[in-house]
Design a protein around this ligand. Structure first.
Ligand code: CA
Ligand code: CA
Length: 143
């Protein structure tokens, strides 16, 4: 599955996540796999827990989930961020991704989503000088 993206693509995505996290205490992760065995939301919740993404002090992590062959994706925020983002925000991020994905621009769509989510996280959870990288910025690949 890790071959879905080129080395350059992966670098760009990780750089976008790293960049976003320079401005917020929040955490963003991307999980990519071929097939989604259930609804994308159910699967994202499963992956979120598997990656222990609830282990942030402010419960402000966001998972971008993508199943390439199943053509499904979703964005899942933890309780801390979900409690504060405006209604419709996640839908707007989904739409950014959808528009890029229909043109086959996966890396671009993900990087744009990361920037959008990062901006929102920075607004509600600004960077703190004592911030630690609570969750890896590396892409997580399933089968
Ligand atoms: Ca952090
Ligand atoms: Ca991180």
């Amino acid at each position: 599955m890790s071959k879905f993206f080129t080395t350059q693509d992966k670098k760009r995505i990780v750089a976008a996540i790293t960049d976003a996290e320079l401005r917020t205490s929040g955490e963003i992760r991307l999980h990519v796999e071929s097939y989604c065995p259930s609804s994308s939301l159910d699967r994202a919740v499963f992956v979120f827990n598997q990656l222990k993404m609830y282990k942030t002090r402010e419960r402000n992590s966001v998972l971008i989930y993508l199943a390439t062959e199943s053509r499904k994706f979703t964005i899942l925020g933890d309780t801390g961020i979900n409690a504060v983002v405006p209604e419709g925000f996640w839908d707007s991020v989904r739409e950014i991704m959808r528009q890029a994905f229909v043109s086959g621009l996966f890396t671009e769509g993900i990087c744009a989503a990361v920037r959008e989510i990062g901006g929102k996280l920075a607004h509600y959870f600004p960077y703190d000088k004592n911030d630690v990288d609570e969750l890896s910025n590396e892409i997580s690949f399933g089968e």
